[in-house]
Ligand binder design. Structure first.
Ligand SMILES: Cc1cc2nc3c(=O)[nH]c(=O)nc-3n(C[C@H](O)[C@H](O)[C@H](O)COP(=O)(O)OP(=O)(O)OC[C@H]3O[C@@H](n4cnc5c(N)ncnc54)[C@H](O)[C@@H]3O)c2cc1C
Length: 525
């Protein structure tokens, strides 16, 4: 049996017994076989002693049980690691950052408390997955959409707290939340926003309540355990259509992105898409030679001969059929200012889709339907992966600069696996782009070490250029937080001040996002 750091086996045994009394014997796990299911199956530390592993897991069913689990953890100073459904693959899975922490597994708290399809919101517990909420809505024939991320088996709460993203106009999942219930380390239950008003009728409709808006301090943090969260849902739209804009020259990227930013920031395009160079997907050896040795105009000529755009962006539109047709027309009108711009009509649908239509759609996620297709289509072919995901400005200059800077990092480190050319640039969030680089995880110690080294270099180099990651694997949380260093790490000091005030015993997810409790700051990596 593993034991949390700083604890005697006897104390741990006592704590386990108290947890068993609180949640039932079946819901405290400590055999290696059970506990191993909480390891990160995409760990970049496979077969190395550094892989953080939990010592046990405890799975409460109610808010009162969460309070009791926290009380016991505090009295023995046992580090916990909170998960909702624990499917945070690519960012640490369900494994803790600090080895020996006990996983606080909330997936048994799985009630859909309310779905309202007149004001379009839901209130759920942490164990509710996108599949669960989708089924709940379908069973009742409610006219609202959820916004799943690529894999639908995760929870709304875990994904939103990590500030994850989806595809429909409600794609920024933390932004789409409205109201929380949080259990603090001292066991106190707090409701945020209008939830603080005992007779509130608008907890899921008005975010701010009165006074400082505190919801943000519970995202990507270790300051509380979220036991309920409200989400805005998308009213089932009448229709969808997409259209792709292509441009012929490398430097057409500048007006392409400028017009795209205009459409995004004016709310004409509202959903997730990518700016890509279709040339990057070509495996033609002739193109590789041209890229390495030729000039930009050689590559442009090649693209013209092959009838490929140099850059393209697909624009997704959701809403009333007449409105979205007009939005696509307006977008074309703007992009026509770029000489030689091409336009291609894409998929179009009327909702609701019937079963036959749905079956023909390879990836239904952008239509509010959760799926696991991602593991077979664009998903990983390796033994796992993690992502490097810096936020960059929404401009053509930033895209080209990032491409050059990251390519250089790979070259400097002599990596045979060069940075992917023309990596997709996502608009998961308003007003800025996020680049998502895929890092394979393998059961190969040397390759993983190498990838960790490249990853750390990318984080540092990004920071030197003013780009920071929006989210990261537990292995790099210290590195990323270290980069947010304005005024000698004033932000981290603020986080630590809050940590010390709200969690003086340091039991909640030590090290999460680089924030350590007072007694463990030496452990900071
Ligand atoms: C192929 C693939 C594609 C992916 N695509 C996407 C994508 O499109 N968009 C995207 O966002 N992600 C994506 N991911 C990443 C990940 O799978 C999802 O974000 C997933 O939804 C997160 O899992 P979860 O909801 O089970 O979170 P959990 O693992 O339950 O939680 C994540 C973290 O949030 C915190 N947390 C969770 N619950 C609580 C709570 N109740 N109180 C306090 N803190 C809490 C903890 O720190 C926890 O480690 C992808 C992963 C893979 C493998």
């Amino acid at each position: 049996m593993r034991v949390p750091p700083g604890l005697t086996p006897a104390d741990f045994e006592n704590a386990r017994k108290q947890w068993e009394q609180a949640v039932g014997r079946d819901w405290v796990f400590s055999s290696d076989e059970d506990v191993d299911t909480y390891r990160d199956s995409y760990s970049p530390f496979w077969h190395e002693g550094d892989e953080p592993v939990p010592s046990a897991a405890v799975a409460p069913k109610t808010v009162e049980q969460v309070q009791e689990v926290l009380r016991v953890a505090s009295s023995y100073k046992i580090p916990l690691w909170t998960i909702s459904t624990g499917k945070n693959l690519g960012y640490g899975g369900s494994a803790p950052l600090l080895s020996g922490s006990v996983v606080l597994d909330l997936k048994r708290m799985d009630r859909v408390i309310e779905v309202n399809d007149k004001n379009h919101y839901a209130l759920v517990e942490p164990g509710v997955s996108y599949f669960d909420l989708y089924r709940h809505i379908q069973d009742r024939n409610l006219k609202v959409w959820i916004d799943p991320p690529d894999p639908g088996w995760g929870s709304l709460i875990g994904n939103a707290l990590e500030r994850g993203g989806g595809y429909t106009p409600l794609r920024d999942h933390f932004d789409a939340h409205c109201g929380m219930e949080v259990v603090l380390a001292n066991g106190e239950i707090v409701r945020t926003g209008m939830g603080a008003l005992p007779q509130s009728q608008t907890w899921q409709q008005y975010r701010y309540g009165f006074g400082p808006y505190v919801d943000g301090i519970f995202s990507q943090s270790n300051l509380g355990v979220v036991t309920k969260m409200g989400f805005w849902l998308y009213p089932q739209p009448e229709a969808f259509l997409s259209g792709t804009v292509g441009v012929a020259k490398r430097d057409d990227l500048f007006p392409l992105v400028e017009n795209f930013a205009y459409l995004m920031n004016s709310g004409i395009v509202q959903a997730t898409t990518t700016v890509v160079s279709p040339l990057s997907y070509s495996r033609d050896p002739q193109l590789r030679v041209l890229r390495a040795q030729g000039s930009t105009s050689d590559v442009e000529r090649y693209a013209a001969e092959k009838n490929l755009p140099y850059w393209s962006v697909s624009l997704p539109f959701y809403g009333p059929a007449k409105v979205i047709a007009a939005q696509w027309e307006y977008a074309k009108q703007r992009f026509r200012a770029i000489p030689g711009a091409t336009f291609q009509d894409g998929a179009s649908y009327r909702f609701p889709l019937d079963t036959d239509q749905l079956a023909k759609i390879v990836n239904p996620v952008p239509f509010g339907v959760p799926s696991l297709q991602t593991f077979s289509i664009g998903g990983p072919r390796s033994q796992g992966h993690m992502w490097f995901s810096p936020i960059i400005p929404m401009s053509g200059d930033a895209i080209l600069e990032a491409q050059n800077v990251f390519d250089q990092v790979y070259q400097d480190l002599g990596s045979s696996s060069a940075a992917p050319p023309g990596f997709p640039i996502w608009n998961f969030f308003a007003r800025a782009f996020v680049i998502i680089y895929f890092f394979p995880i393998e059961h190969d110690i040397e390759k993983n070490r190498r990838n960790r080294e490249i990853f750390r270099r990318l984080v540092k180099t990004s920071a030197e250029h003013g780009w920071g990651e929006y989210r990261t694997h537990t292995a790099f949380m210290g590195d990323v937080m270290d980069a947010y260093s304005f005024n000698d790490h004033a932000l981290l000091r603020l986080h630590e001040t809050m940590k010390d005030a709200l969690d003086p015993n340091g039991v909640l997810s030590p090290g999460k996002n680089g924030i350590w409790p007072k007694g463990m700051r030496k452990a900071r990596t």
